[in-house]
Design a protein around this ligand. Structure first.
Ligand SMILES: NC(=O)c1ccc[n+]([C@@H]2O[C@H](COP(=O)([O-])OP(=O)(O)OC[C@H]3O[C@@H](n4cnc5c(N)ncnc54)[C@H](O)[C@@H]3O)[C@@H](O)[C@H]2O)c1
Length: 301
């Protein structure tokens, strides 16, 4: 999207690809420094990471190296030239074990003020630490930073549940915990554009939920009834497709603050996906059961 906008981009990744100009690790401080000294860097989007599926493949130390040290290296280099910085974080760091186990009697409403945070795995722990580094770099060095706690946007199957088909599950998730990959990318550009106005900002990015906080008890008890109240066509369209609506919803990520504060608008909502399904059009969500993440594809040749 940046390139389409006519902005020169330098892609850095450990995996070679047509969009990777510098093959190397953000953990390599000298390399990061070299990339900054050899180029006129006017903004940074830092999305490189070990993420949740990598827990099965990498050690906790590797998570600390990439997600924490790598972020520090980039922040230091960006601060030296005051290049506005956007950090791709994750809503996953808001999920404690109790939240994950859905131990509450009503839907948990997660916005940017939710806390105290108790991430349950090394992925969340290191992403939260990296967010702290971002905040601290703003405070001590005046770097303009926007942290985006992105909800789900991966194209592959869910690694924890297979009870519903991928397209069914992904569409359901647009109700409370997903956004299209295009909206995620658009949010990053909006954050980069607004970083100088914001100074430091932290935003959840998740498609607008049709629900409100007052629905929390009923959403937990009978989500299908609440959905029918907001989206009367949903039950019929789902029946036609052989899909299932969620019976209960354990949590909702509220991604509305970025709209209120940065003026960012989502292009894809649950209603859009429903409308596409109703009219027999392609889903606005990408589902790719065969998707393999770049590092895994590279390692396995
Ligand atoms: N996919 C999702 O649903 C989701 C949800 C929330 C947050 N995120 C965040 O989005 C970002 C992108 O994740 P993704 O899901 O697209 O995963 P991905 O694995 O496709 O992308 C991460 C990229 O980082 C690169 N990378 C890993 N270690 C690196 C290093 N040391 N130096 C340089 N590059 C390195 C990988 O090769 C890969 O290309 C991550 O920061 C992740 O935490 C993703």
């Amino acid at each position: 999207m940046l390139r389409l906008r006519g902005q020169p981009v330098i892609g850095m990744d450990v995996v070679p690809s047509e969009r990777t100009d510098v093959v190397g690790s953000v953990v390599d401080r000298a390399l990061v420094g070299r990339v900054f000294s050899e180029n006129d860097i006017t903004g940074v989007i830092h999305a490189g990471a070990l993420h949740k599926p990598d827990i099965a493949r990498h050690s906790p130390q590797a998570f600390i190296d990439t997600n924490v040290t790598g972020t520090l290296n980039l922040l230091d280099a960006a601060a030296a030239v005051q290049a506005p910085f956007v950090f791709t974080s994750t809503t996953s760091l808001m999920i404690s074990q109790a939240l994950r186990d859905e131990l509450y009697d009503r839907t948990v409403w997660l916005d940017e003020d939710y806390g105290p945070l108790a991430p349950r795995n090394i992925y969340g722990v290191t992403k939260l630490a990296a967010e702290g580094l971002c905040r601290q770099c703003h405070l001590t060095r005046g770097l303009n930073v926007v942290v985006l706690r992105t909800a789900r946007f991966f194209p592959e199957e869910d690694d924890t549940t297979r009870t519903l088909s991928g397209p069914n599950l992904k569409t359901n998730e647009l109700l409370n915990r997903r956004a299209s990959v295009q909206d995620m990318a658009r949010a990053h550009l909006a954050a980069l554009d607004k970083a100088a106005d914001v100074g430091f900002g932290l935003y959840i990015v998740s498609a607008p939920t049709p629900f409100s906080k007052t629905d929390r008890v009923m959403l937990h008890r009978d989500a299908q009834k609440v959905i029918a109240g907001y989206l009367p066509d949903a039950r019929r369209v789902y029946a036609q497709k052989g899909w299932s609506l969620p019976k209960t919803i354990g949590r909702v990520y509220d991604g509305s603050r970025i709209t209120r504060e940065l003026g960012f608008t989502y292009e894809t909502t649950f209603a859009d996906a429903l409308n596409a399904a109703m009219r027999g059009l392609a889903s606005p969500l990408v589902h790719d059961a065969d998707y393999v993440s770049p590092q895994v594809a590279h390692a396995t040749g």
